[in-house]
Design a protein around this ligand. Structure first.
Ligand code: LLP
Length: 447
């Protein structure tokens, strides 16, 4: 059930707490996340996939893709609901550790991990490192040898699936930075993915090759792409078994499960996503004689997105003439592209509701905009809001739980660079200090 309702005065409530009260206590704008919804969606995803896939003999693990929204509280919620944590940088890893997540339940991803990040992962003993290039395989092997340990690794492959989503969040087609291709560069050669397997097998003193990983993209509604990716990744697993007599025990099919942002998206129940996938996986599993691998998934948006909303306060309202006789009302709020970069990055659609009261006034086509000095600073492109929306009203924009706070310039908990001034005499000095992960963690209250 939704976390939203209206109380007797007409005010929107989140899990029975009026947003007016939230704004009064904590200020505006605020991201508001329903712990209950987050936990329900985390547990719901795991249980739905277990219900659909366990009958196929598949053991399942779910990693919360923490890039969607990460702080120590949500890391705890996810793990308490039986999920592991997928991190995509040393910063995300630091937060998961600060939350007390057992290192064995953490995965480390990234197309350009630094030696420091990898070494830290080995030092604490993360459950898996998802390697993304040949150079990284060599680096991890070297670092593991130096530590006298064996690194658990998965190889990220590019299954070449064209997921229908925005170009910037589709990740399984060939021409992008992630993963190792299943297609040879020159005909007759081994594919980069096979070369990577060979490198891991050769370095098996230092690398424990656990399996293969793929991620086809984000905000995907149909199961077919996952089925296709599974087919290709399982085929590689067969080849590996034939060539090296190695049975890879794990396959990860990534995240990407879509959510409804506006009435134009049809929301899918998680049970339906899982049951759609089951027959596709059945045929993949049946075509193999190898023991069934452990499967894992990495949902981020699906769990965090609908759990959160943003509460804004309305400021200036003005009506402009778009063309003769055509007008548009601009409703400005006290935030904007800095708290939600998705409209400007991906042309993403959101909706908004007048939240502090109900109004009988006729709805007017409105554009909700922020307060940044930029005309692209749009929060909601087109939404009908009551004609009397005015300064001081509260608006709620739902489904901002994923990739809003996290994209607000510390994406993946990457510290922001400092500013170095070069003086006329050639001297250099930091006029703004480089941010550190502890600077970022200083804002995490830990409660
Ligand atoms: N696993 C891997 C390896 C990923 O790269 C991602 C997302 C996920 C899992 C989680 O995907 P999800 O379940 O959340 O769709 N900033 C963009 C989304 C970028 C997604 C990046 N990778 C947006 O706001 O739409």
């Amino acid at each position: 059930t939704s976390q939203y309702a209206r109380d007797d005065t007409g005010c929107v409530t989140v899990d029975s707490v009026p947003v007016t009260e939230i704004a009064a206590r904590h200020g505006s704008p605020s991201y508001v996340v329903s712990e209950r919804t987050f936990r329900d969606r985390a547990r719901g995803f795991r249980e739905a996939f277990e219900a659909a896939l366990n009958p196929l003999g598949v053991e399942l693990e779910v990693y919360y893709a923490s890039k969607a929204l990460l702080n120590t509280a949500v890391a705890r919620w996810a793990t308490e609901e039986g999920l592991n944590i997928d991190t995509a940088s040393g910063g995300e890893l630091a937060v998961a550790l600060a939350a007390g997540v057992a290192p064995g339940r953490i995965a480390l991803h990234g197309n350009n991990k630094s030696a420091e990040e990898l070494d830290r992962a080995l030092e604490v003993g993360v459950g898996r490192i998802v390697v993304d290039s040949l150079a990284e395989i060599e680096l991890v092997a070297r670092l593991a040898r130096e530590r006298g340990t064996r690194a658990p690794v998965m190889i990220r492959v590019t299954p070449g699936v064209h997921a229908s989503t925005h170009e910037f969040i589709a990740t399984a087609h060939e021409d992008q930075k992630f993963g190792l291709s299943l297609n040879p560069v020159q005909e007759g050669e081994d594919s980069p993915a096979l070369v990577a397997v060979a490198a891991c097998v050769d370095a098996s003193d230092a690398l424990d090759l656990r399996g293969l990983h793929c991620h086809i993209g984000s905000q995907i509604f149909a199961a077919e792409g996952f089925g296709q990716a599974a087919e290709r990744v399982f085929a590689l697993r067969e080849t590996v078994a034939e060539r090296w007599d190695v049975t890879l025990p794990e396959i990860d099919l990534g995240g990407g499960h879509g959510v409804a942002y506006t009435a134009a998206d049809s929301p899918r129940e998680v049970a339906a996503i899982a049951t759609d996938l089951a027959p596709l996986l059945t045929s993949v599993l049946e075509s193999s004689d190898l023991p069934t691998p452990h499967l894992s998934f990495e949902p981020g948006r699906f769990i965090a997105g609908p759990s959160g909303c943003t509460v804004y306060t309305v400021g200036t309202v003005k009506t402009v003439t778009v063309s003769p006789g055509v007008q548009r009302r601009y409703v400005s709020v006290d935030g904007g592209m800095s708290d939600n970069a998705r409209p400007v990055l991906y042309d993403a659609d959101y909706t908004a509701v007048l939240a502090n009261r109900v109004s009988e006034e006729t709805p007017v086509l409105s554009r909700v905009v922020g307060k940044h000095c930029e005309s692209g600073d749009i929060v909601v492109k087109d939404v009908y809001l009551p004609g009397d929306v005015t300064a001081g009203d509260l608006l709620v924009v739902p489904v901002t739980g994923a990739y809003c706070w996290s994209l607000s310039s510390n994406y993946n908990w990457l510290p922001r660079p400092g500013i170095v001034a070069v003086a006329p005499d050639g001297d250099t000095r930091e006029i703004v200090r480089r941010e550190s992960v502890s600077d970022l963690l200083a804002r995490d209250t830990g409660v």
